[in-house]
Design a protein around this ligand. Sequence first.
Ligand code: C5P
Length: 228
Amino acid sequence: EPVVAIVVAAGSGSRLGAAVPKALVPVAGVTLLRRSLTQLAAGGVQQAVVVVPAETAELFDADLLDAPLPVQRVVGGAQRQDSVAAGLAVLPDVIADAEALVLIHDAARAFVPSDVVARVIDAVRSGADAAIPVVPVADTIREVDEAGSHVIDRTRLRGVQTPQGFRRSIIEAAHAVLSDTGTPVTDDAAAVEYTGHEVTLVAGDRLAFKVTEPLDVALAVAVAGGAA
Ligand code: C5P
């Protein structure tokens, strides 16, 4: 089956404090967005929909010229979930196959290894409704409430990364239900779970970290092995 990725890059990146939208921040001369597209293509993705901020959409044109795979640009929304919905809305223009595999990826996870992408694709090809990469949690985590706080058994926790993979019909139906009911979610696997599907976990990688704060850029530069 064909594999298409929706790459969400419509965040402002305000926590990063950069002059350009976060996805266009260069690391060793290559933008986060282009790095993400390159890694997705290397892992088996054939086409992409890139979701960009409305105010700065034209800034993305130069970076998307000569992209490592065929790309369609679309404008996103206020929340990540709105941006994913905007990407799903143009899928019919991009791919006819109703049984295509859809990967949804944060542009900010620019260093995701291609084998993580391939594992997600393989899991959905093998029959999973949804497949997501996860990693063990390094910190001890405490849950805080009005009464105080308590520690959560760290061995039972996983950090969730992207790309998250789905059978097309399942993710389209899930997002339709969320928008009808106004239900907020922070990732796409939660959307699919909300509609009663099971989520399969595959091994993620620390390299799929999300570039969010200035410290992450320093790490990104080190990983890229070049000058900022
Ligand atoms: O804000 P955060 O880093 O969690 O965003 C994760 C991904 O979702 C980023 O790649 C960001 O560009 C994208 N996003 C989006 N539309 C929004 C908010 C975030 O496409 N409204």
